[in-house]
Design a protein around this ligand. Structure first.
Ligand SMILES: Cc1ncc(COP(=O)(O)O)c(C=O)c1O
Length: 367
């Protein structure tokens, strides 16, 4: 019998329901104590001075660039292989994404290419920790310092990851996260912005609230409505209490896959750098005939997977065809990885026999 195995599944239960009921009991659904509590909790676990909870990870990035004051034709350097929002938030400002390659070792921004992409117009460097696997943060910071260019760290996939025993949170001048349904921890839809800069923080609070200053109906900045609801924050509070358990279970799944694929010829994996702790948001493998294998996994075995991401962002129609402005360096690794990468199912409640089932199916198909 064909099993049905999703690629992701949030761990949601009565704890979340209790928080939602609490919103009804308090008759408070937006701009209340739960959002503040959620921000405080996030600040503690990520070592970030200031946290601003918002409605999703895309708007978090948009506000990050608005805080920097990114303008038309300014340039931002970013990896060509990421979720679209890493780039679209730059384009929202009329600015120019400058795509550079990822490295082959862990599929994060290739730090040896950043300096080549810097111009007089470069106003930020952005990067992600692919699938929760920490990028070369130290090297990126050194370049940022050398040229005085701020970092917008798109940490959408990074919650729970560590580098040199420090949690990934306010690692850039501004970092942003997503708490979308499939992420390590979820508020269903949601996100947050992290910074240690008080001036940025004050500006973010205004931008999140449609630019409204301290006086009601007085709008001092061009902001948007990016507010997180009490329902979302309540959900997040329940999830954060389980975060360690969730991360442990994700690690269990990843380790079991690792042991199954150790000696399999056609399954390649990325490296985890020394001093890095993976959050195991994705479990990526690189395989030949990826598209046909992904289809067979679904059709024959009922296994759902994700191709993240199927092409470099500059090949997305919004850039390639619709003439949104962009620049790029040569992205050989990105081109290659996007043809081979496949993310296998990973979620905390995944049973060992299900991991075994997925591993056997994949091994069988790559033979
Ligand atoms: C790297 C990256 N950036 C940004 C986002 C956008 O977050 P959201 O879906 O919450 O808008 C995501 C979400 O998938 C992501 O993975």
């Amino acid at each position: 019998m064909i099993k049905k195995i999703p690629w992701a599944q949030p761990l949601i239960g009565k704890e979340e329901l209790l928080e939602i009921k609490d919103c009804f009991k308090n008759d408070r659904f937006t701009q209340g104590d739960k959002v503040k509590k959620f921000e405080k909790y996030l600040s503690k676990i990520t070592n970030s001075k200031y946290v601003v909870a918002v409605s999703n990870g895309t708007v978090a990035l948009d506000l990050a660039y608005k805080v920097l004051g990114l303008k038309q034709n300014d340039e931002v350097i970013l990896p060509a292989l990421s979720y679209i929002s890493t780039a679209s938030a730059i384009s929202y400002q009329g600015a120019i994404p400058v795509f550079i390659d990822v490295n082959k070792e862990n599929n994060c921004i290739d730090v040896t290419k950043i300096e080549k992409a810097i111009s007089k117009k470069t106003k930020a460097i952005s990067f992600i920790d692919y699938g929760g696997n920490p990028a070369h943060h130290k090297e990126i910071k050194q370049i940022s310092k050398k040229y005085g260019i701020p970092i917008i760290h798109d940490a959408a996939q990074s919650l729970g990851a560590f580098l040199n025993n420090k949690p990934l949170g306010a690692n850039g001048d501004i970092s942003t996260m997503s708490f979308h349904m499939a992420k390590v921890m979820t508020t269903i839809e949601g996100g947050a912005i992290f910074t240690n800069n008080f001036r940025f923080y004050k500006k973010l609070l205004v931008l999140r609230n449609i630019g409204e200053g301290p006086i009601k109906y007085n709008h001092i900045l061009l902001g948007t409505n990016a507010r997180m609801t009490e329902l979302q924050a309540g959900f997040g509070l329940a999830q954060l209490k389980k975060l360690n358990f969730i991360l442990k279970q994700r690690k269990r799944v990843a380790k079991l896959y690792d042991s199954k694929f150790k000696k399999v010829k056609n399954i390649a994996k990325f490296k985890i750098f020394k001093n890095a702790k993976h959050a195991n948001f994705f479990y990526p493998v690189m395989i030949p005939n990826r598209d046909s294998i992904a289809k067979k996994l679904k059709k024959i075995y009922g296994i759902d997977t994700r191709i993240a991401y199927p092409k470099p962002i500059y090949k997305q129609d919004m850039y390639a065809k619709n003439k949104l402005k962009f620049k790029k360096l040569k992205c050989k690794n990105t081109e290659e990885i996007s043809k081979k990468i496949l993310n296998l199912p990973i979620y905390p409640q995944m049973k060992n026999n299900e991991i075994d089932y997925v591993a056997k199916a994949l091994i069988n198909l790559v033979k």
